[in-house]
Design a binder for this molecule. Structure first.
Ligand SMILES: *Cc1c(COP(=O)(O)O)cnc(C)c1O
Length: 401
């Protein structure tokens, strides 16, 4: 194995995405190898003993670490500007590990209410079973954060932009409050991607990704990642958690994610160009109550979005006037855009959050999050935007018909 000969930290992000973390075996392969192995062999019994004592750094078992997975972790860490990266088998494994690895009974966790459904389950339903108190706030209201963080809190978790209404939370302000409360701030950066937003530079302690989404970007594999500069958190909590509870990413998925990262920059930028064009196309059309997209002037946190993000997001949502019936007519009339709850794919995908991703919530809870029966979420793909406009117009005609 030979390491990079130049300094990857000095590379610009697009270069890091193509080449960061790559190491080559003795075969000098161009593309990263898939090390499909669960175990590793030792030259002697003494070597095995040294490895287990931690006296030498080497591969021991793929639940602990694997060369292909390590390449992916290194590339993600470089891109995020983080010292440490850890890959997981799914975004939810990363999310659960980010908290469960270090909170204990009696701790408080504060989170924004507008979270991906399973993240909400972990914070609202699961952690309290283990004696962890969880407090939910409206993430866009700093006064609520101030109040919740006027007492000690071990961890704060937020998602910005949020699913599905693209609420924007002031990461720097919440990071400051979190640190005063003695806690660590974890940011779910899935909607923003590392191309559009860098939470560590805004004061966050840990960044979480579902790499199932834009990092793979082509709807193939599940994966997740945590990135951090916090050495204590990484060494004392994450590493033992990963080694002994087993949410490891598979080498094949890590390889797919490495290939995904090589085109992440160019894909996300084009996704955003398309999303912006569609947001403008939809806004003000008959039958549309509102369009939620961060770079539109009409977005409630437009100024904050422009301050902390490089573009609007690959996602947009809009509210149809006719409720669920209109939303269903819209979805069923589409010829090109697929109905799917997944996102961050080259293929445009659309979903009706009230009856799918957020159907578990009560109507009151959905209303509090702004998820009406007419809300439609769109993950904008890389098709020609004119074809997408034609398809959306077809859906709207049906919705209004
Ligand atoms: C998909 C997603 C997750 C969960 O990731 P999985 O890879 O599906 O486990 C968490 N947060 C957000 C914002 C997501 O979109």
């Amino acid at each position: 194995m030979t390491d990079d000969k130049t300094d990857p930290e000095s590379w610009r992000p697009a270069t890091q995405m193509v080449r960061g973390g790559t190491f080559r075996s003795n075969f000098e392969e161009t593309s990263e190898a898939i090390f499909a192995t669960s175990g590793y062999v030792y030259g002697s019994a003494e070597q095995a003993e040294q490895a287990f004592k931690g006296e030498v750094e080497r591969y021991i078992y793929s639940r602990y670490a694997n060369p292909t997975v390590c390449m992916f972790e290194k590339r993600m860490a470089l891109l995020e500007g983080a010292k440490f990266g850890m890959a997981f088998g799914s975004g939810m494994a990363a999310m659960f590990g980010s908290l469960a690895s270090f909170v204990r009974a009696g701790d408080r966790v504060v989170a924004s209410r507008a979270l991906f459904g399973s993240c909400l389950y972990v914070i609202q339903d699961l952690l309290p079973k283990y004696g962890v108190e969880s407090v939910l706030v409206d993430g866009t209201d700093l006064a609520q954060w101030e109040q919740a963080l006027s007492e000690p809190a071990k961890a704060v978790f937020l998602e910005t932009p949020s699913n599905p209404c693209l609420d924007i939370i002031d990461v720097q302000a919440v990071a400051d409050l979190t640190h005063k409360a003695g806690g660590r701030l974890i940011v779910d950066n899935v909607f923003a991607t590392p191309v559009l937003q860098k939470p560590l530079t805004l004061g966050a302690d840990i960044v979480m990704y579902s790499t199932t989404k834009h990092v793979d970007g082509q709807g193939r594999c599940m994966g997740g990642a945590l990135l951090t500069d916090d050495e204590d958190y990484y060494n004392d909590h994450l590493v033992p958690w990963m080694r002994h509870t087993g949410p490891a990413m598979s080498p094949f998925n890590a390889w797919t994610m490495l290939k995904g990262l090589e085109t992440l920059d160019i894909r996300v930028r084009q996704h955003c160009v398309n999303a912006q064009a569609l947001a403008e196309f939809l806004e003000g059309r008959p039958g549309i109550v509102k369009v939620l997209y961060p770079t539109l002037k009409s977005h409630p946190q437009h100024d904050l979005a422009m301050k902390q993000m490089a573009a609007g997001s690959t996602m947009l949502s809009f509210e149809l006037a006719g409720g669920k019936a209109a939303a269903f007519r819209f979805l069923n009339a589409l010829n090109l855009v697929d109905i799917s709850n997944n996102l961050g794919d080259t293929k445009s995908l659309t979903t009706h959050p009230a009856t799918t991703t957020h159907q578990r919530l009560t109507p009151e809870d959905r209303a509090a999050l702004g998820i009406g029966d007419g809300l439609v979420r769109l993950s904008v793909g890389l098709e020609d935007v004119e074809d997408l406009k034609e398809d959306l117009a077809r859906g709207l005609k049906a919705a209004n018909g």
